[in-house]
Design a protein around this ligand. Structure first.
Ligand SMILES: [Zn+2]
Length: 152
């Protein structure tokens, strides 16, 4: 159906039925230098994974068509997908299967970033971190700490 060949481009696949959350996560992930793609449910995610191998799949649990748990089960049955890193992102984190890391909703962006960096094998997160210093730009608007202001 899609003839798009985005070879080796996508670092993180965000699977969530809520478009707002998908977009927020994608924007946050792109701040650390990684390319992110979105899928609205597990079936879309599995179709995506036939063509691409991201470094990380971030998976909501409660979705129509194909839930996160069904998606994890399907990935584990597929030898080509078994090794993929999965991060469950859910407002019901206790429902995540054992052994799968969980990012509770509402999402802590710092935790998201550190998980993306740990999981990234294509190098885009690390390269970005080196170029930009220790921290990605933050959405916080507070004044700079006094020490930093005086240093300049
Ligand atoms: Zn990557």
């Amino acid at each position: 159906m899609s003839g798009r060949a985005t070879k080796g481009g996508v670092c993180v696949l965000v699977v969530d039925d809520e478009e707002d959350i998908r977009e927020t996560l994608r924007e946050a992930i792109e701040l650390v230098g990684c390319t992110a793609a979105g899928a609205a449910n597990g079936a879309e995610a599995m179709a995506f994974l036939e063509a691409e191998r991201p470094c990380l799949v971030i998976l909501d649990l409660l979705m129509p068509v194909m839930t996160g748990l069904e998606t994890i089960a399907a990935m584990r049955r597929d030898p080509a997908l078994r090794e993929l890193s999965v991060l469950v992102s859910s407002s019901a984190p206790s429902r995540a299967p054992a052994g799968v890391p969980v990012l509770p909703k509402p999402i802590d962006i710092q935790r998201l970033w550190s998980h993306v960096r740990e999981s990234c094998r294509c190098g885009s997160a690390r390269r970005h971190t080196r170029e930009r210093g220790l921290h990605p730009p933050l959405a916080t608007e507070g004044p700079a700490p006094a020490g930093e202001r005086d240093a300049r």
